[in-house]
Design a protein around this ligand. Structure first.
Ligand SMILES: Cc1cc2nc3c(=O)[nH]c(=O)nc-3n(C[C@H](O)[C@H](O)[C@H](O)COP(=O)(O)O)c2cc1C
Length: 400
């Protein structure tokens, strides 16, 4: 029995397996509203064999958008589009569906694709707005200096997170993840590099953590316990001037007290110019292991997890509870189905694709010479993960 394909739990939410599609901005929304691209992209991820698909960083207010193409969830039109999207996605597989909520802070107002490669600021004449942040420090040369947030602004944004989370719950998402990493607003409160405040929102670790704690507290109130609540942590800023793993663990314990269910451990991007070790396969797994060792939260590892055998080892050795994959899923949107064949595990295939399933297709071993499909012929009776197909009008699966 494969550990990777064993059932997992995020709080009270059960997942068919331990594979997660990591949130990936698509820069394809119009006025924050999901488009056909989102259905196609997330739809293909629903058929990847993953147990959970998390939709991209979605802004809780207009000033929090990274670009004009970012998804938003602060008005009814955006909520209605996501409600329809979740309904369509439910028909594709029984993968759980989550959404990541964010405010981009001083990294807001960047160009979108196709003009952008790595977050260039949007010129004012092309519709840029003034970004906000804990302190008036520009992200880099040529970027706008953000407006420092007042007490009222902070209260408004905490409430915006809660309101967007309530919309996400109404839209039918199984899970809400708060983006606390990669130099966006939450992370710029947490890190001493970007938070120079001397009021109760800055200075000591407890003060710098306050914004995250208050957001999670407000969001948990509107996300019932049959839906999971997670937080993407910045495990380290990769410089002694910044936040450390110990800081992230202290925050994780504080957020656990507020009812957080899981932690996904990323790192870096607080400001340009910090030398970070080159990414190697599984390079951030030790951060997830630290979460397992020091908190009661479920731990998700992310970053260059590509080889299914390595993913299996991460779960089997209890280095993490879940593996989240981004680019490997873009590279191979059937990653989970192929991983199952590599690990000798029988999992459900979309009925429309059954003829390409290992042992139904002699070509499979040529397409995937390293795969070791189960010795017995794979079952053609209704696999659990495609049950939604058999009963298209059945109530959608939500909660545990
Ligand atoms: C196209 C793209 C968009 C991304 N958008 C987000 C995002 O919306 N939220 C987030 O937390 N991380 C985002 N990331 C980071 C990934 O979720 C992931 O942490 C990172 O790519 C490392 O995982 P990988 O090696 O499997 O790609 C994005 C990555 C890519 C490639």
């Amino acid at each position: 029995m494969s550990a990777l394909f064993s059932e997992g739990r995020l709080g009270d939410l059960t997942l068919d397996n331990r594979i997660v599609v990591s949130p990936m901005c698509q820069y394809s929304a119009i006025d924050g509203v999901a488009q056909t691209w989102h259905l196609v992209h997330l739809g293909s991820m629903m058929m990847s064999g993953a147990g959970l698909v998390i939709a991209e960083a979605t802004a809780v207010e207009a000033t929090g958008r990274g670009s004009l193409g970012d998804l938003g969830l602060w008005n009814d039109g955006q909520e209605n589009a996501l409600t329809r999207l979740v309904g369509e996605l439910r028909r594709l597989s029984s993968a759980r569906i989550g959404i990541q909520l964010t405010h981009c802070g001083r990294k807001a107002a960047t160009r979108t694709i196709p003009d952008r490669w790595r977050g260039e600021p949007l010129p004012l004449e092309e519709g840029a707005w003034t970004p906000v942040a804990p302190s008036a420090l520009a992200y880099d040369e040529g970027w706008q200096t953000p407006e420092p947030l007042s007490e009222e602004d902070i209260a408004r944004i905490i409430s915006a997170f809660a309101q967007s989370a309530a919309r996400a719950v109404r839209a039918g998402f199984d899970l809400v993840e708060i983006h606390g990493a990669h130099g966006y607003l939450m992370h710029s409160f947490l890190s001493p590099i970007t938070n120079l405040r001397s009021d109760c929102w800055g200075g000591s670790l407890e003060n710098r953590n306050r914004f995250a704690v208050e957001v999670v507290e407000a969001v948990r109130k509107v996300v019932p316990t049959d839906r999971a609540l997670g937080f993407r942590f910045n495990s380290t800023d990769w410089t002694a001037e910044g936040s450390s793993l110990e800081d992230a663990l202290a925050l994780a314990r504080a957020l656990e007290d507020e009812g957080l269910d899981y932690a996904v451990m990323s790192s870096g991007n607080i400001r340009p110019g910090i030398a970070i070790p080159p990414a190697t396969p599984g390079h951030q797994v030790p951060f997830a292991t630290a979460i397992r060792e020091h908190t009661g939260l479920a731990a998700m590892a992310v970053g260059m997890i590509i080889d299914p055998h390595r993913a299996e080892e991460i779960i089997a050795s209890e280095a993490a509870d879940f593996v989240a994959l981004a680019r490997p899923m873009l590279d191979n949107p059937r990653w989970g189905l192929h991983a199952a064949a590599m690990l000798g595990q029988d999992i459900g295939y979309p009925p429309q694709y059954l003829r390409a399933r290992p042992n139904n297709w002699l070509g499979f071993s040529h397409a995937h010479p390293d795969a070791r499909p189960p010795a017995t012929a794979l079952q053609l009776d209704r696999p659990r993960s495609v049950a939604a197909w058999d009963r298209p009008d059945a109530p959608v699966r939500t909660g545990s």
